[in-house]
Design a protein. Sequence first.
Length: 55
Amino acid sequence: MEKMMNIQEVIAAILGIIALIFIVKKLFTEFTRPQSSSKCDKCPVTKEFDNKTEF
């Protein structure tokens, strides 16, 4: 019975480490990625939208 509990703890620890790595990787890419894509910088539609005062 003790051996089974140890195997479960090892599996839970491995899954926890994998989940932690996944979350850290997601956060890292979220904060290092630029806000706007370079394709949209020269878009005339965004300039017209910014100049408009009413919605």
